[in-house]
Design a protein around this ligand. Structure first.
Ligand SMILES: *Cc1c(COP(=O)(O)O)cnc(C)c1O
Length: 391
């Protein structure tokens, strides 16, 4: 049998472009080699400029969860009032992180498949002086997108003193945002919309967020302290923890690809692809977990029809055998459905293979579907949106 890896269609890691793999495979040089220093300095500048950040960008070894902790630890100090809005599993993780730091913590939780509304946020902030608002841009467990532009707009108009922190792990690099919308800290990591291997936390912090950190006394955390990393991000000759050299090169290539496609164009591609996947997979009888108008451009969670839940693991194993790795659901939805990532450096070819593997998985599990029916829907959608079969 030919050994071929399945397509990685979980919501991170995502398929990795050859040119990014090549950066990861390059011969590693010393972090104080002048060639690496030039590359690192150029990357930090590129991150700031591309996402219109007036403060500082950070690229630090670690996963997205580290970046989540880094974002709040530097914007809120013990005793500060922090409001965390949770739309699911990763929002709940943020509540857990914040509950350990001695904040005066408030939370709003949305029912599964929904998001906390701007009205609820507005009302809560109007009722209590708050220092930091924490939201999840795209909640990966249910596949919902918070309208970040509208939220940032509301914050600038009505709550200008509250710092806005957003978890962009399942959006950055795929979904459009710019720091000058009024975002104070945006965080992400390498393995989702950016299309790299896991291992790098990436953050953008506004000038006022940086100022707030620099005006705080020392924080309890060391490795994730902005104050420790700012000198490095300003001039990579400063040493503080060895940078993951090959991952920095890979990120530079990932950003080059993103800029080449264009952030706005990339956002539109993701929205078109996502709509095509939703329409096609739903046609097999799976129900989208998210309210359709909140559905995320990067990840979709589908619920099994009545009676099919029992086969969750069997179904996902069958789809895996058929060549596409999809994910189970998390939290309250565990066992009730499956999730597919459709983000990063993917093409129409990727989606055709994904839907074909899902169909074969259905057939193997005895689900009553007509082979080719979801593919037919997908094909029509892909042609209607101008295919982009070549990426
Ligand atoms: C994946 C994810 C995280 C966690 O990232 P890790 O790299 O797994 O630590 C956090 N938030 C969101 C929205 C995610 O999708």
């Amino acid at each position: 049998m030919i050994q071929v890896n399945p397509l990685v269609m979980v919501p991170g890691p995502t398929p990795i472009a050859r040119s990014i793999q090549e950066q990861m495979a390059k011969e590693t040089i010393a972090f104080h080699d002048p060639r690496f220093i030039a590359d690192f300095d150029a990357l930090v500048l590129e991150l700031k400029n591309t996402w219109r950040c007036d403060g500082m960008a950070f690229a630090v070894a670690g996963s997205g969860t580290m970046a989540m902790e880094m974002a709040v630890s530097n914007t809120a100090r013990r005793g500060d009032s922090v409001l965390v809005c949770s739309n699911g599993h990763f929002g709940d993780r943020y509540i857990d992180i914040c509950s350990r730091k001695g904040y005066d913590l408030d939370t709003i939780k949305a029912p599964p498949g929904d998001t906390v509304s701007l009205e609820e946020i507005d009302e809560r902030l109007a009722g209590k002086k708050t220092d930091v608002l924490v939201v999840t841009h795209v909640e990966t467990s249910t596949g919902v997108e918070l309208p970040l532009f509208e939220l940032a707009d509301m914050m600038r108009l009505k709550h200008p003193d509250v710092l806005l922190v957003a978890d962009g792990v399942a959006s950055a690099g795929a979904v459009e945002f710019y720091m000058d919308w009024g975002i104070d800290v945006m965080l992400t990591c390498s393995q989702k919309g950016m299309g790299m291997a896991p291992g790098l936390g990436i953050l953008w912090a506004s000038q006022r967020a940086i100022e707030k950190r620099l005006n705080m006394p020392a924080i309890a955390e060391s490795y994730i302290d902005f104050a420790k990393w700012i000198p490095v991000m300003k001039d990579a000759r400063a040493y503080w923890g060895t940078p993951p050299i090959n991952m920095i090169w890979a990120l530079a290539e990932a950003v080059r690809i993103i800029k080449g496609e264009g952030i706005g164009e990339r956002d539109r591609r993701h929205r078109r692809f996502a709509a095509a996947v939703r329409k096609s997979v739903s046609s097999l009888g799976f129900k989208l977990a998210a309210d359709e108008h909140l559905a995320s451009p990067t990840v979709s969670a589908f619920l099994y029809p009545e009676g099919a839940q029992a086969k969750d693991e069997e179904f996902r194993a069958a789809v895996y055998d058929e060549g596409a790795h999809i994910a189970g659901c998390q939290g309250d939805l565990a066992g009730a459905g499956f999730r597919v990532g459709h983000m990063g450096n993917i093409t129409a070819n990727t989606l055709v293979s994904l839907v074909a593997a899902i169909e074969r998985g259905c057939l193997r599990c005895g689900y009553p579907i007509k082979p080719g029916s979801a593919l037919a829907v997908l094909q029509e959608e892909l042609v209607a949106i101008g295919s982009q079969g070549r990426g």
